[in-house]
Design a protein around this ligand. Structure first.
Ligand code: AMP
Ligand code: MG
Length: 497
């Protein structure tokens, strides 16, 4: 374990982000928050990285932007991107800075050895356009919690190490208070970084950026290999397909899948108006500014492909066009096979039977038709003896279970499971390992925000404990494991954060 001052920072490393040159970054100091207060430190993440955080006063002054460590050389990253299908050249870190890159002390045990500290909500930068450079408390709490939630579900994600609140006022629909969050990820490079360099004709810098990503994150690619950029693109396609499959299997809606919000490592990234599905409703739109439903839940896999095509186009000086096409074509089959695998596991299927696909699709269609909660339904199937399902659903989940079609489906499913299991207990155990009992649902995140706004910060620690392992039972409020009431259900969220 090492303290923040002792970390191995990459300031002079030839492959640091800062070393990629002024086209991709501008040095910017954070603007200090007024009357900052510490809300939470994610000590379990600190421990995983091998970072020892003891001095809370010093940490507060850093994360509120008033004191930088001498080795931190904060910079705003420049990128561009397609927003709702339109190219916008003027993007970049408008309300955040890359504070530092470092080698994690625990890197031997981690998938990546290089990590970034990124301070979100740190004030204006040259890329702020009309914005104030701030993040409001409510969106900061949401990002802090969802980062832990995704990690707990084993979905690739950026993480959040520290959260700070303040009395700095910011104007949104109402006046709100600003907060900051210390985001931690192996890389903050986005598809939009490559698009920016391509559309401004900076081709050597574009190659250097891809080399940087390969150097740190794709060590298996031989830098001497003549098709190294094709291998690089293939890895981006594969990791994006994997993450999108996980989102789909776990009912996660990102809400703003612009190419500037797409991580080159396939991490779930730049959380805004995200939501998990409550009812199984594939056309659900979580972002209330998304009038056309471009980023509706069931559009996300296709948008992943669209975004990868935009990235592929911006790599067209490095990779043969035919190779780009071939690699892009692999996206859909990778996504579908991964999704299929995850759904089979969620439903406890082991052997491959002819009608499995139909059975699962029928189950999902019935959930949609009868307004059943996606996660709660599957979780209860995993908790209750299959012999009790008919009774349980009738009395517990919904009286709509008088519907014959669902009763019939439960019998089919029960028969199918009997091919794979001789003991219902074994099936239940297997299913409970992959079907979360707790989920950061929109109304529950809102409840946590209200408590934090009242100064009750302990709710964050309590949620983090639950979200770190959402598959087992925790000593927490019972309603955290329940679906929302009709009134609490399915709200879309504002992008204004
Ligand atoms: P987002 O919708 O959060 O992905 O942000 C899109 C772009 O707008 C990025 O370049 C952000 O840095 C910038 N941005 C978002 N909110 C603000 C803000 N309050 N102040 C300055 N820039 C912002
Ligand atoms: Mg963004």
């Amino acid at each position: 374990m090492k303290g923040l001052t002792e970390l191995n920072y990459l300031n002079d490393h030839p492959f640091s982000y800062a070393n990629l040159g002024p086209a991709l970054s501008t040095p910017v100091l954070p603007e200090p928050l007024t009357h900052p207060y510490l809300i939470h430190i994610n000590q379990s993440l600190a421990k995983r990285l091998g970072i020892d955080i003891q001095n809370e006063a010093a940490l507060l002054s850093m994360i509120s932007g008033s004191q930088m460590l001498p080795k931190w050389k904060p910079l705003a990253m420049k990128y561009a991107g397609h927003q709702f299908g339109q190219y916008n050249p003027d993007l970049g870190d408008g309300r955040g800075v890359l504070l530092a890159e470092f080698i994690a002390p625990n890197s031997a045990k981690l998938e990546d050895k290089k990590w970034d500290f990124h301070l979100k909500g740190s004030g204006q930068t040259p890329y702020s356009r009309q914005g104030d450079g701030r993040a409001v408390l409510r969106s900061t709490v949401r990002e802090y919690l969802i980062s832990a939630a995704m990690k707990g579900l084993n979905i690739p994600t950026t993480e959040a190490l520290v959260m700070v609140g303040s009395r700095t006022q910011v104007q949104r629909e109402d006046i709100e208070f600003a907060a900051t969050l210390l985001r931690v990820a192996p890389s903050h490079i986005r598809f939009g970084h490559f698009e920016y360099l391509f559309y401004t004709g900076q081709h050597p810098a574009l190659a250097a950026l891809a080399d940087h990503v390969m150097y740190w994150h794709m060590p298996e690619i031989n830098p001497q290999s003549t098709d190294k950029y094709a291998q690089f693109f293939q890895q981006v396609v594969t990791s994006t397909a994997n993450t999108l499959a996980q989102w789909h299997a776990y009912g996660f809606c990102h809400g703003v899948m612009n190419t500037d919000n797409m991580s080159i490592l396939g991490l779930s990234f730049d959380y805004g108006p995200f939501a998990f599905l409550d009812n199984y409703q594939p056309s659900f739109i979580c972002n209330h500014s998304d009038y056309s439903g471009r980023y509706a839940f069931d559009q996300q896999p296709g948008i992943g492909q669209w975004n990868l095509s935009a990235l592929g186009y911006s790599l067209s000086n490095l990779i043969d066009k035919q190779a780009i096409e071939t690699i892009l074509q692999s996206y859909s089959s990778q996504l579908h096979s991964q999704y299929k695998r995850l759904m089979r596991v969620r439903f406890g299927l082991i052997s491959e039977q002819d009608n499995d696909r139909e059975l699962l699709n029928d189950g999902l269609s019935l959930m949609e038709k009868h307004d059943l909660d996606y996660h709660y339904t599957i979780r209860r199937l995993s908790e209750v003896d299959s012999g009790q399902w008919q009774h349980m659903f009738k009395h517990e989940v919904t009286l709509k279970l008088n519907h014959l079609d669902f009763k019939h489906w439960l019998s089919r499913y029960q028969d199918r499971l009997s091919l794979d299991y001789t003991s219902d207990k074994v099936r239940q155990h297997a299913m409970q390992q992959v079907n979360p009992k707790y989920l950061l649902r929109t109304h529950l995140a809102q409840e946590a925000i209200t408590l934090v706004e009242r100064g009750q910060f302990s709710v964050i620690e309590q949620w983090l404990t639950v979200l770190e392992d959402p598959f087992r039972s925790h000593d927490c409020p019972a309603h955290w494991a329940m679906p929302p009431s009709a009134k609490q259900k399915g709200h879309s969220l504002s992008c204004s954060s």
